[in-house]
Ligand binder design. Structure first.
Ligand code: NAP
Length: 342
C-alpha cells in the first residue's frame, strides 16, 4: 500500500459506479482508504484495504470493524431509516464524520421551480426510494442535534461512469445501445425538451473528496452535479452519436408511459419519471463550490458517455441485453402504437 498520511476513511461499499471513482481520487489525495463490502466485484483499486463483510448483518459488520476508529465513514449503500439506526449504533463515538449518500431525488416533487439548491424542500410523493432517503436524512439530523452524531449528507443526481444513464432503457446493461445500433426505436418521456443534468463520477469525486474530514461540513447537506444542462433529446442524441447512429426517438408523455408501465407490472416507472426525471431540474452548485474551492465539473456528457461506452466495449460480457427491459420498451411501443389515433 502507498504510504498515506491523510485521514483514515471507511467506505461502506466503495467498488460501485460512483464510489470507485471517488476511491481513486481519495487515494491519489493521500487518504488512507478502507472498503467494507462483500468482495463480489472484480473492481481492483490499488491501495485500498478491504474488510470483507455484509453490512446487512450488523453483528458480523461490528465484529469485522472491532477495535477500529475512523476520521470519516461514508455509507454508499444506505437506503432506509432502519439502516441509519444500525449505523448510529455501529459508528457513534467511533468516527469524527459520517457521510450519508442520499439522492437529489429527495427534492420537492412536483417541482415548483426548476432552480434547485440545498434549501429546496424535501418531499417526493411519487417515489418510495426518495421518501426512504428523506427519512434516513431526518433520522441522522435528529441524532446530530441530540447527540452530536457527526453527519454530512451528500445527494448525487444522475451520476455515471460504469452505467448508461438514460431515463428509460439504460443502466448496467447494453440494452438501449443495442436498440440504437439496430435502428430500433427508443422511448423518450414527454417531448424530450425537459432539462436534466448528468454528472460523470470523476467530476462528482472532485466535489466530494474535499468534504472528507472537512471541519465545517458537519450538519450540512450538499448536492454535487455538473453545471451542464441538457434536454433529454440531447442526452439520447449524444448517446447515439457516441455509437455512430442517429437514434430513432419515440416521444410519449410521461403519464402515458407510466400508465403503460403500470399495465406491464413496471410500477417503479412512476417514481423514476414523476419522482425524478420528468421534471426540469437545474442544480445550483454554489454551496459545494464554497466548501470545495475550485470545484468545477469538466466532463461534458458527450465526452463522458464515450468513456462509459469504452468501458462496456472493453469486455463483451458487459455488452449484454436485458431481455426484460427490451421487452418492456417493445411492448410499450406496441401499446402506444395501438392506442394512437389514426
Ligand atoms: N448513480 C446515481 O445516479 C445516483 C443518484 C442518486 C443517488 N445515488 C446513490 O448512490 C449510491 C450508490 O453508489 P455507487 O454507485 O458507488 O454504488 P453501487 O454501484 O450500487 O455499488 C455498491 C457497492 O456496495 C457493495 N455492497 C452491496 N451490497 C453490500 C452489502 N450487503 N454489504 C456490503 N457491501 C455491499 C458492493 O460490493 P459487493 O457487491 O462486493 O459487496 C459495491 O462496492 C446509492 O446510495 C444511491 O442511492 C446514485
Amino acid at each position: 500500500m502507498k504510504n498515506s498520511s491523510g485521514p483514515k476513511v471507511l467506505f461502506i461499499g466503495g467498488t460501485g459506479n460512483i464510489s470507485s471513482a471517488v476511491s481513486r481520487l481519495a487515494l491519489a489525495r493521500g487518504v488512507q482508504l478502507y472498503h467494507l463490502n462483500r468482495g463480489r466485484r472484480k473492481t481492483l483499486i490499488d491501495g485500498v484495504q478491504t474488510i470483507q463483510a455484509d453490512i446487512s448483518d450488523a453483528a458480523a459488520a461490528a465484529s469485522a470493524l472491532a477495535g477500529q476508529s475512523w476520521d470519516v465513514v461514508v455509507n454508499w449503500i444506505g437506503f432506509t431509516e432502519a439502516e441509519m439506526e444500525r449505523d448510529i449504533r455501529l459508528f457513534a463515538g467511533k468516527t469524527k464524520q459520517y457521510i450519508f449518500i442520499s439522492s437529489a431525488s429527495v427534492y420537492q416533487k412536483p417541482v415548483t421551480t426548476p432552480f434547485i439548491n440545498e434549501a429546496t424542500p424535501l418531499a417526493n410523493p411519487y417515489w418510495e426510494y426518495s421518501r426512504n432517503k428523506i427519512a434516513s436524512e431526518e433520522r441522522l439530523l435528529r441524532e446530530y442535534r441530540q447527540t452530536g452524531f457527526p453527519v454530512t449528507i451528500v445527494r448525487p443526481s444522475l451520476t455515471y461512469d460504469t452505467v448508461i444513464p438514460m431515463a428509460i432503457g439504460g443502466w448496467t446493461d447494453y440494452t438501449i445501445v443495442e436498440r440504437m445500433k439496430r435502428g430500433k426505436p427508443v422511448l423518450v418521456h414527454g417531448d424530450g425538451t425537459s432539462l436534466w443534468t448528468i454528472t460523470h463520477a470523476d467530476d462528482f469525486a472532485q466535489g466530494f473528496v474535499p468534504l472528507l474530514a472537512h471541519q465545517q461540513a458537519l450538519g450540512h447537506a450538499f448536492h454535487i452535479t455538473s453545471d451542464e444542462v441538457l434536454t433529454w433529446n440531447q442526452i439520447y442524441e449524444a448517446l447515439g452519436a457516441a455509437v455512430g447512429v442517429e437514434p430513432k426517438l419515440v416521444h410519449i408523455s410521461s403519464e402515458e408511459i407510466c400508465a403503460i408501465a403500470d399495465k406491464l407490472g413496471q410500477g417503479w416507472m412512476r417514481g423514476n419519471l414523476f419522482g425524478d426525471k420528468a421534471w426540469s431540474c437545474i442544480f445550483d452548485n454554489a454551496k459545494i463550490k464554497a466548501f470545495a474551492p475550485g470545484f468545477k465539473a469538466t466532463i461534458p456528457f458527450a465526452q463522458g458517455i464515450r468513456r462509459t461506452l469504452a468501458y462496456f466495449h472493453a469486455d463483451p460480457a458487459r455488452c449484454k441485453v436485458n431481455e426484460d427491459k427490451n421487452d418492456f420498451v417493445h411492448q410499450a411501443l406496441e401499446v402506444w402504437n395501438a392506442r394512437k389515433p389514426l
